[in-house]
Design a protein around this ligand. Sequence first.
Ligand code: FSX
Length: 402
Amino acid sequence: MTGDNFGLSGPIWKKPTLLENVLEAGFSRRDFLKYCAELAGIFTVGAPLVAGTAAAQEAAPTAEAVADALGKVTKPNVVWLQLQECTGCMESVLRSGYSTIEDVVLNLLSVNYNELVMAAAGTAAEKAMRDTFAAEHILVVNGSVPTKDNGIYCMIGGQTAESVLRDAAENASAILAVGACAVYGSVQAARPNPTGAKGVDEIITGKPVVNVSGCPPIGEVITATITYLLTHGKPPKMDAEGRPLFAYDQRIHDSCPKRAHYDAGQYVRRFDDEGARNGWCLYKVGCKGPSTFAPCPIIQWNMKASWPIGAGHPCIGCTERDFFDKFTPFYEELPDIKGFGVDVNAERVGLGLMGVAAAGAVVHGAGTIITKVGMKTKDGTDKTVAEFDGVREPAATQEADQ
Ligand code: FSX
């Protein structure tokens, strides 16, 4: 580490600047500003908006501020490792919506090593990797690290993934774990975790690791996190799981367009029933939106074409730690939600809100009410799967749906 700016103004920087790149690629300043407005929009998704404060300006910059900072950035070296994973995260990055100009932004990075998309192979690829390790660079990791049986389950050039990761981290000025696998092991770490899969921050403990969670994460969130690092020279504010708060500060449930049906007790009970045809709440067929922090309802996927719940599929909670163990079977409802100091299930919370609405009261968003989500494990014991700050205030009060 070189101070708190990640060394991003150091010798790794080369000309030209991003703005020069963008203009040279045939885009106008207006195109660039439009792209920056999209990024600024992502930064504000979960930002603590106390208008006018320095914190709010940093957390939620204007498009002009993003353009100004990003336009001056010049190419940092990047090593992008693919460990135990399915390539979905890279697919998500490469296919994120605002493709053309975003390509240019991604071209801003000198991705000197990525075994999935690089043309070089064999000793040439190895050399590119080792040469980049030797200098300061940004490290992006997809995939988990096998630790069982001396780490033999994922080898790169004859080295274990763990030893390659340790070497890569040594001169890294910033480390991003992208995808649930890199964050905590994801599906590979599910019981019985045959490879001893671990997340990056369990291996690399001496440096901050920014966890961009999801299986896969939304491409725009990955790009926005990289952009944040480039423009601020330091990691964004993060939650207890190391996830950037600008994107992961809210529950899917609180922004879900089906929320009114939840509050009204209108549930899909089978995928082909009338509720499904009417687009009702998916909680009873297993939706984990009430216990999952992610910006999916807001940013969505493929230029807002859709997203899982929008397409009629329950959220499986893929941005939450250990989601595969905690949330399976995926198509069964969460058994317990704890709120108001008493145990109630989510359906009863929803019906409770309906009762308040029927009385004509103004209610706050559920973030003020639900403090914990618990589940029964397969052996019948209780387990807390998510905890919320019981005093979180919503941006504004809302009239509950009748
Ligand atoms: Fe994991 Fe990513 Fe899921 Fe796949 O690289 S987060 S299995 S989408 O590809 O690591």
